[in-house]
Design a protein around this ligand. Sequence first.
Ligand code: UGA
Length: 326
Amino acid sequence: MAGALITGAAGFIGSHLAARLLAEGLAVRGIDNLDPYYPAWIKERRLATLRAAPGFDWRPGDLRRADLPALLDGVTWVFHLAARPGVRASWGDGFDEYARANVLATQRLFEALRDRPVERVVFASSSSVYGENASGDAGEEAPRRPISPYGVSKLAGEGLAWAYHASYGVPVVALRYFTVYGPEQRPDMAFHRFLRALLEGREIEVYGDGRQTRDFTFVGDAVEATWRAARAGEPGAVYNIGGGSPAGLGEVIAMLETLTGREARVRLSPARPGDPRATRADTRRAREAFGYAPVTGLREGLARMAEWMPGFLAAEAALGAEHGAA
Ligand code: UGA
């Protein structure tokens, strides 16, 4: 059985990827530091399902201190998804952890990958590396001008990926995911917060004028892209991974009202620094290289998330757990 290492295996995308690779018959080793950016019970809950699978090898730990040669032993594919996420929280003192998790830990992992016979390393990058340039037709060549420290940290990760590829032949492929959503979405992200507010009868807080748009990507499509990139992405290359469903927040809220049968009460609050006005992924390169084509549209993806949310809220209530990150 070929082996995969997933860093950030308890995360939103990482846990979905782990389930998918286990279903493919791969042995999956997962590391995660259960970073306190949002409550640990959410990650433990994802892990509980994964740990029930015989092919899953759980290695709790932090990439900055872990025994990386042992972690990489027998591994064919590496998926480096571990990161401090979140655009809006990356300002101020918070940046310290972004630099450590997204830059220093990434460099340490790439260093350990020198001279390792791995098939591919997939690095999770982000549409946030473009800043306000994420909606043109220039594809991956659009200028990278991040407008948040988080985007800067992801761009630094891409830079490291390139350096270790160019100088040591590490076969890294970087994926720029565009606002991924679906079941298990992080509690700080828009759809999670909107759905929770609707179901709990609270106001939905929209940042700015609400006219920002995103190329929302269903997590199943992001996972499919990731596994395809691991097999057929060109080492050294970068690919946009978008969902093909650019939409504004108003449209999303209207769909959520229909899905939940509840009427939204929206409160506008100040726009958050670091949030781009619009993103739209040009995914031609990923389509040509590894046949990526998103299959889950926004309405269907939101329906899947709406089905998942009540169980999540019930688990939270049963635990008497703290609410998700603000
Ligand atoms: C998301 C992820 O959180 C990042 O980790 C990822 O790197 C990034 O996508 C990406 O595409 O690269 P973001 O687009 O901000 O970042 O995703 P959401 O948190 O779902 O926010 C979407 C929009 O809704 C933003 O404009 C945000 O300002 C807005 N929003 C969010 C609200 O109006 N209210 C909220 O309560 C939350």
